[in-house]
Design a protein around this ligand. Structure first.
Ligand code: ADP
Ligand code: MG
Length: 556
């Protein structure tokens, strides 16, 4: 007797599924790309496990797709890592991928808008419910003798029962909805697979069973339908932009197009291949505290990990893709990767290359580079803070908002616009770009035509502590102390030396000092304001005001 357990989906999953089931999405075919992508990942994972436990793998890896025209089912099977009961519950019952929960929060209930969101983010496995009204997943984890059957109609709950399965791996049977029967046709399936999954590095075979065989004289024999070689090993000239983009979506779990594709091979002292992408849109987990890198490390075509802290620095964590090394030992464990000198050298060289590509792009196609900066500048700037060696290189390409220009400016351009007697690069920081722009502190600087950088990313306060200057010009917060406005502007006819207040002003400042007591250090008359009556400033030797607030918030 088979024991079946009924379980409820996590609330977020239910919302997502509801949308899938009632979807009006026109690109439903992407469900197949999602399943193939997962099957390929599963093969990669088992191939890695089998490096140290060869008995786990059974023969060559492959993905098979079978359409049964009579049963109206589409079956996707792989001989990858498989899942045990806990894996099933965690992976196909909750929203495991970080950031996806955020995505669900953005859902509006308006199916058109929500479908657009899906187009941008994708929903992985759950997309099967766009085309199927019943899904059976039979799976057995490599090294485990138990197999499990997960079933669901995509509405609220799923069932898990013990099952039997000869080999490790996963088999997914989709009972297609009436309006999705076209996914049983050979021509349609072949086209989808070659469009979305040609880059998949394991063979994908397709077989059509049953039905009316008149136009389909290829019979039931499974036929390999993809290229089946790792895309990064192919020459650049053989790869189309669309193929690169599809690979990017597979490897990066992205749903946009890459904005930059960097594909090159290094030979000599070290040998490795790099295929990296800069996304167009921010990945959902970009600001996760874990700051995880997602670039996949391969050794001689074998997937090792997509979780290496040492492959790329944290401030490049928005990049996606693959690095395939010829030099690292194949049986390297993930633990052995820590502080590995070969990996370190490779990481340094790749980081340098990425930066020089950014530099070139910034020169050649400023608009494109600034679009990248819009999305990822806040992350790249973390490098100024934490990557001493790259500090100058990052400052060189960095872009800033400023009172002097409408769009972005470089520091070099800021410096070129500095007043003759100006020796510092002035900035103001805050948490909200609009509020920063309206700050009364800026009035005097605006009036005298002295440009101020408007910094509103949380990281700004931190890198400013680490980068004392650019091109010999110190960074200086305009909230600190009496600024040198009149000396710089030099064009003021009136006598503006900061005199001790006289008359009514003296009475006012004395009164204010009394009222505020030791909450303040001093009250001064200043020319930094033009229309606002008063503002708070920090002491010259003290801390920048925004920084002080941040530290207070963190109870430091
Ligand atoms: P993602 O692939 O982005 O993690 P999915 O929704 O596509 O998200 O899949 C969720 C998880 O389910 C995967 O991360 C994986 O752990 C598991 N999974 C899905 N399909 C398979 C499969 N064919 N073999 C093994 N595990 C799978
Ligand atoms: Mg997936």
């Amino acid at each position: 007797e088979v024991k079946t357990e009924k379980m409820g989906f996590e609330a977020e999953v239910s919302r997502l599924l509801h949308m899938m089931v009632h979807s009006v999405y026109s690109d439903r075919e992407i469900f197949l790309r999602e399943l193939i992508s997962n099957a390929s990942d599963a093969c990669d994972k088992l191939r890695y496990e089998a490096l140290t436990k060869p008995e786990l793998a059974s023969g060559d890896f492959g993905i098979s797709i079978t359409a049964d025209a009579d049963a109206k089912t589409l079956t996707i099977a792989d001989n990858g890592i498989g899942m045990d009961r806990d894996d099933l519950i965690a992976n196909l019952g909750t929203i495991a991928r970080s950031g996806t929960a955020n995505f669900v929060d953005q859902l509006t209930g308006d199916s058109k808008k929500d479908m657009q969101l899906i187009g941008q983010f994708g929903v992985g496995f759950y997309s099967v419910f766009m085309v199927a009204d019943m899904v059976h997943v039979t799976t057995r984890k490599a090294g485990d003798e138990h197999a499990w059957l997960w079933s669901s109609a995509g509405e609220g709950s799923y069932e898990i029962a013990e099952a039997t399965k000869e080999n490790a791996g996963t088999q997914i049977v989709l009972h297609l909805k009436d309006d999705a029967k076209d996914f049983l046709e050979r021509y349609r399936l072949e086209k989808i697979i070659t469009t979305y999954s040609d880059h998949i590095a394991v063979p994908i075979t397709l077989a059509i069973k049953g039905g009316d065989k008149k136009d389909d004289d290829e019979g039931d024999e499974p036929k390999v339908v993809n290229e089946g070689s790792a895309i990064w090993t192919r020459p650049k000239s053989d790869i189309t932009d669309e193929q690169y983009a599809e690979f990017y979506r597979h490897v990066g779990h992205g749903f946009d197009d890459p904005s930059v594709t960097l594909h090159y091979k290094v030979e000599g002292m070290q040998e490795y291949t790099v295929l990296l992408f800069v996304p167009t849109k921010q990945p959902m987990d970009l600001f996760d505290p874990a700051r995880k890198n997602r670039v996949k490390l391969y050794v001689k075509r074998v997937f090792i990990t997509d979780d290496s802290e040492d492959l790329l620095p944290g401030w490049l964590r928005f990049m996606r893709g693959v690095v395939d090394s010829q030099d690292l030992p194949l049986n390297i464990s993930r633990e052995m990767l820590q502080n590995n000198p070969t990996l370190e050298r490779m990481s340094k060289a790749i980081t340098k290359r990425v930066l020089s590509e950014f530099e070139k792009l910034a020169e050649k196609d400023t608009e494109k580079f600034e679009a990248i900066w819009d999305e990822f500048g806040a992350v790249i700037k973390e490098g100024i803070y934490e990557d001493f060696e790259r500090r100058d290189a990052i400052l060189k390409i960095a872009r800033f908002k400023s009172t002097g220009v409408d769009g972005w400016t470089t520091l070099a351009d800021y410096v070129s616009r500095m007043k003759d007697k100006q020796s510092a690069i002035y900035y103001i920081t805050g948490t909200d770009a609009e509020a920063v722009k309206r700050s009364p502190q800026l009035e005097g600087f605006r009036a005298k035509g002295i440009e101020v950088l408007l910094l509103a990313d949380p990281i700004d306060d931190f890198w400013l502590q680490m980068a004392p200057d650019f091109d010999g010009k110190p960074f200086k917060s305009i909230t600190r102390g009496a600024s040198e406005l009149k000396d710089i502007a030099g064009d003021d006819k009136e006598d503006e030396t900061e005199k001790a207040p006289e008359g009514d002003l003296a009475k006012l400042t004395a009164l204010m000092k009394e009222v505020f007591g030791d909450k303040i250090k001093d009250v001064r008359a200043s020319d930094r304001l033009t229309t606002t009556a008063a503002c708070l400033v920090a002491d010259d030797s003290g801390m920048d005001m925004h920084m002080e607030r941040i530290l207070k918030a963190h109870k430091q």
